[in-house]
Each structure stands twice: as structure tokens, then as C-alpha cells.
Design a binder for this molecule. Sequence first.
Ligand SMILES: C[S@@+](CC[C@H](N)C(=O)[O-])C[C@H]1O[C@@H](n2cnc3c(N)ncnc32)[C@H](O)[C@@H]1O
Length: 515
Amino acid sequence: MRKSNEHANKCRDEGNKLYSTRNFFDALLKYNESLCYALDESVSALAYANRSAVYFEIKLYEHCLTNIEFAKLNKYPEKNAHILLSRSEKCVALMNRDSDKHRQLPENLSCFTKLSYKENSQMPFIVDCLELRTNDVFGRHIVTTRDLKVGDMLTFEEPYFKVIKSDSRYESCQELNKYQRCAACLRDNLMDLIPCKKCISTMYCSQKCLEYADRNFHNYECNINETLLKAGIMQMVMRVFFQSLNIFNGSIDELEKFLNDCTKTSTCVYDFDFSTTDEHKLAKSYLLSSYNLARNEAVTSDESSHSIFMLDPLLIELWDSHSIFITKFIKRFIKIYDSNFHGICGWSVKKSENYEAQMIGVGCYCFSSLINHSCSPCINRLYSYDKLIIVVDRPIKKGEQLFDCYRSPFFKQSKSERQYSLLNEYAFRCQCEACVKNYPLFHSLKSFNKKLLKYAKKSKNEIQKLDFVEAQRKFQEICSIIQDSKEYPSSEIILLQECVQQCLSIILKPKNLIL
Ligand SMILES: C[S@@+](CC[C@H](N)C(=O)[O-])C[C@H]1O[C@@H](n2cnc3c(N)ncnc32)[C@H](O)[C@@H]1O
């Protein structure tokens, strides 16, 4: 599909119908689709103007004014200019009148953005007490050099390589995610997004993100983006390839030479300095730390990359001259994808009864990818847009290993099923404490403290109703109870851990929702 004013106008008409029934979320989706398809500025101008009307209705006045400005910049018809002028005057008056009340954009995690301990000097996104160890059983793994408490925040890691998920036949993600959030940073910006000037399926939250994407990957993707969005694993693997190529200004020879020279010695995220402001150096460090997440050459098959390369003349040229290197690179990252990449969870800004997180993207987190699995984990993984936050779930003693749970925890799935899927998907036989000691499923778990069990059950029911501030208080309260509990596993601790997750999800969810 190409840009088309006709399609853009049709989407805008549909948006207007939805607007008239006050279905503002779906109206914004349609206006955003209209912006993506619009060929002429005058057609974009109408979509921006309509979007400003939505933001006015939902009292997001700054967004309303920005959209009015965009409409004007895109040659909004002179004869209707008075409509925008009047809306903008009303906006300003309401903003002045309700200066303390009008809906601000609260940054998620306002007081939840701090690591619990001093940051690592070379990796400022993790605390300084996490060390890398290697042994025959676990390969590389992470241990703590100090006691860690329940609720401690250990990382705020951003992925260098990441993609937005949309339209996928393979993953459960919202088909229209591409009209809801920035393709570069995954923020929703309350759907106030700007489109790529050339393709029909990429939007950004700012000009800065648009330029970043054009410089780093979209220059290769723009022509084939529709295919990539539907390409499952290959969407992310191709992103890594394109972004890597851009590090070397498009020279595949230089990329190949760099990887050949640098990967003779095994390196990982601990070997680089991520505190540098030198973007080029950083990019190379990310590339090598990601490339070396695989510990040996890949033996996976790769059927679809050839057909993707055949879609664009520039890519055909690359393939014809370097098919051996490209195949090796792609196979390696397919393997890394399978055992190391993380699905990124996030929330839509649509108000709904069943307001659950969904998959919004995939990211390569070079540090977090070194954490091994346990069916009875001691950390919890959360996302604030693309940032991966690791929170301590059970007390961890100095010298102990950090364990995440890759699949289902022990209380949700039988040992044989867990072991089967870990062996199949991650190629290891799990020997975690839950597997060795045969921890039971939830319904067979013992309770050691009836009073605490009652408190846990009551809390679980009440938490849904808590607001942001109350959820933070409850989070602290429950974390210290888990910290002080001695008996594990028990039904009360499992329930309390679920309460902690519920609190965190309230804290992380977008605060402004669109009807
Ligand atoms: C995300 S990586 C973790 C880092 C990995 N240990 C390394 O050296 O790169 C996942 C891989 O680590 C290994 N692994 C993870 N948890 C393990 C465990 N509990 N026991 C043994 N191996 C494990 C498996 O090879 C798995 O495919």
C-alpha cells in the first residue's frame, strides 16, 4: 500500500463519526491512520485539526494547541481558520483558568525511577553490586555482592536494538499498535504522533525520534516496513542488521571486518563503558555485547531473510555481494532472539474494563540477558515503555545468583511441563530449587501463617482500587512483610508477591487514559 489522499480522507471521515459518538480513542486511531496515508499537506492539516478537537474534548490542552499548530503549518484552509483560532483561544483561556487543574502529563514512575543503590560506574543503568560470574553449570550469570531487599530496584535498562510490535501473525500484540506509539522509543505520547513522510505505517512521538529512526534504521526499512511488521522474529533480526550497518555508514565490508576482528575474544556488556557520551562508541559496544550473547556459531535455519532482501534494490545488491556474511549474521541473531531477547509489555491509553498489559515491542537488553532462569525466581521484570526494570521479589543474600523466570513459575505449572519447555526452548535441564525440592502447585502449597494469608487475600482484592500514591505505600508495606517472612514457599508469600506485582502495575500504567 502507498500513501493515498483518498484513503486518508476515508479514515478521517470514519474518525469523525467516532468523534461524534465520543469514542475518542478510536477516533484518534483513525486520524493517525489518516495522517500516515495523507499525501498532501492540506489533507494532513485536516487530520491534525480533527485531532486537536479530540484533545480539546478530553482536556489535554497542550496537545490541542500543538495539533492546531501542525494544522496551520500544513496549510489548513484559510476559510476555516477561524475554527482553529476560536479553539485555540478557548484552550488558552481554560489553561489559564485551570492552571493547576488541567490535565498535565504525569511522567510514569515519578518517584520510581531511582536505582536502590549506587550505580555501576561503567553501566549507569544497573546497581554497582551486580557482578558477572561464569561456571560450567550456568554459563555466564549474575551474582550480588551485597544483601538485597524485597522491592529493591536493580536496573533501568534501555535496549539499543528494539522494535515496535504490530500486525503480527506470530505474537499476541495489538494490531494497531503502530498508530498508538512511537516506532523509535515506544512511548504513546497520548497518541499525539507524527507520521513518516514516505511510508504508511510508522509514527513518532517527536521530530527528534523521527530523525533518530531515519539515521539509524528507517532509511533501510521505509520501503519494506509493511513486510517487516508482519515478519515475526525477522522484524527484530533485520532491525539489528540495519542498525549495525548504519553504525558503519552502510559499509557492509566494515561491519564484517569489525565483527571478525572483535569477536575472536569473548566479550559481554561488562567489558564496555556505557557511561560515555560518544554515540558511535556506544553503538559499537551495544553491537558487540549483543552479538556475543550467543556463545557459539548458530546452527538454526533461516528461510525468510532471502525473501526480505529481495524486496528492495539496495538490499539485493548487499545480498549479491555478501550473502555468506549476511546469512551468518542473521542466523546468529535468530538464535540470540530465541534465548535472549525480551518481549516488552506495555499498556494502551484506552480505558477498558480488562486493562491488562500487552506486548508492545521486542528489545535486546544486553545486561538483563545474562540473568539465568529459576522456576522460583527472586526478581521480577517490569517495563516502563522500553525500559526494563528489575525489582527484587525475595530476599537475596550476598554471593547469591539473580534468577528470573523465563516461562511459568513452579506454582502455576507442573515440574515435567516446565522442564520440557525449558529444555526445548532454552536447551537446559532446570535444576532450580523448585525443581530439585519438588515445590508443589499453588493449590497444594502450605500456609504457615493464617493471619498473613488472610491479609494477603484481602490485599489482593483491594489493590485494584488503589490509586498511584496508595499503590506505592502498599508496595512498601508488602515488600517489608515478604522480607521478614521466613517460611518459603507458602501460599501467603506467593499471594503477597502477586500483590507486589499488582501495585507495580498500577504505578507503571499510563495515568491519562482516553475514552
Ligand atoms: C538469557 S541466557 C542467560 C545467560 C547465559 N547463562 C549466558 O551465558 O549467556 C539463557 C541461557 O542461559 C542458560 N541458562 C539459563 N538458566 C539456566 C539454568 N537455570 N541452568 C542452566 N543453564 C541456564 C541456558 O543456556 C539458556 O539458554
